[in-house]
Design a protein around this ligand. Structure first.
Ligand code: C2E
Ligand code: CA
Ligand code: CA
Ligand code: CA
Length: 278
């Protein structure tokens, strides 16, 4: 450190010191937020391309911080992940999502619900039990639950992750590879993972223009997913041109702002009602 060590005490550079303090503060705030239930789960529709109807939703957590407003997961999930708070937070999201999907089922709406699992959650030895409990307690049929994992969650300890995924698949939940194409060693281990769903990373979708290299890559990913017997989902679909290109490629499901942003349950119900009326 620039300040060095004086009289046996080490001093951080002021900038670093501030960063560490900020992080610690955030960690403490997250801990109390969890106790006070300041989190909420929003749901983003997943649209079947053939019927243009919502067939499922992805659960995405937000933090409603009093006096501040809605904080996006990009800002707190990494800290929750580093500190281990993701374990209790992730369980809470899982329970909420299963209960909500079951409530919709009871209203006559058959929607699958997708829940994100971070690397740390995937390695948690209690994960399978937590998923089993969330299913049991909600009454949601296991095949209605999708668990989204990323390549980066699987690769650092592949054998352990493979074991965990096999347990989750045995419960009857469906597994999705999220952000496909963004992580490392994309293809190398793919055939070993017991996944049912492939979600093409939104970066590729956003960059897609007709006859471009990016669109060739997307086309190849969709074709590969299809021939592996997977349901292929494109994320980050923001315009009609992308919808049309993806339809031509044979993509199964779409998710993106073209259809809807992630919504709180009452707003999602409004969206579904409009869709049903259309
Ligand atoms: P993700 O799993 O890749 O989720 C998709 C993200 O893309 C969401 O951001 C969603 O709002 C956004 N998105 C969807 N369609 C579009 C679009 O058309 N355009 C644009 N620009 N964005 C779109 P969000 O909700 O901010 O979540 C960010 C990330 O935080 C998620 O990425 C996921 O990795 C993580 N995350 C969110 N909720 C949870 C959770 O409950 N548990 C864990 N472990 N991670 C979560
Ligand atoms: Ca996801
Ligand atoms: Ca399966
Ligand atoms: Ca994603």
């Amino acid at each position: 450190a620039k300040e060095g060590c004086r009289e046996g005490y080490c001093f951080f550079e002021p900038a670093l010191n501030q960063k560490v303090r900020h992080r610690l503060e955030l960690e403490n705030r997250l801990r109390t937020a969890l106790q006070k239930e300041e989190f909420l789960v929003c749901y983003q529709p997943k649209i079947d391309l053939a019927s243009l109807r919502t067939v499922g939703v992805e659960a995405l957590v937000r933090w409603r911080r009093p006096g501040v407003g809605l904080i996006s997961p990009g800002e707190f999930i990494p800290v929750a992940e580093e500190t281990g708070l993701i374990i209790p937070l992730g369980r809470w999201v899982l329970r909420q999502a299963c209960q909500q999907a079951q409530r919709w089922r009871e209203q006559g709406r058959q929607l699958s619900v997708a829940v994100n699992l971070s690397p740390r959650q995937l390695l948690d030895p209690d994960l399978t039990r937590a998923v089993a409990e969330a299913l049991e307690e909600s009454g949601l049929p296991p095949e209605q639950l999708e668990l989204e994992i990323t390549e980066n969650a699987v690769m650092p300890s592949l054998e352990l992750a493979l074991g965990r995924l096999a347990e989750l698949a045995a419960l009857g939940a469906r597994l999705a590879m999220d952000d496909f194409g963004r992580g490392y060693s994309s293809l190398y281990h793919l055939h070993r993972l017991p996944i049912d769903i492939l979600k093409v990373d939104q970066y590729f979708i956003k960059e897609m223009t007709p006859h471009s290299r990016v669109s060739s890559i997307v086309e190849a990913m969709v074709a590969m997913g299809r021939s592996m017997g997977l349901v292929v989902v494109a994320e980050g679909v923001e315009n009609k041109r992308h919808l049309e290109m993806l339809a031509g490629m044979g993509c199964h499901q779409l998710q993106g702002f073209l259809f809807s942003r992630p919504l709180e349950p009452p707003r999602l119900e409004d969206y579904l009602a409009r869709e049903e009326a259309a």
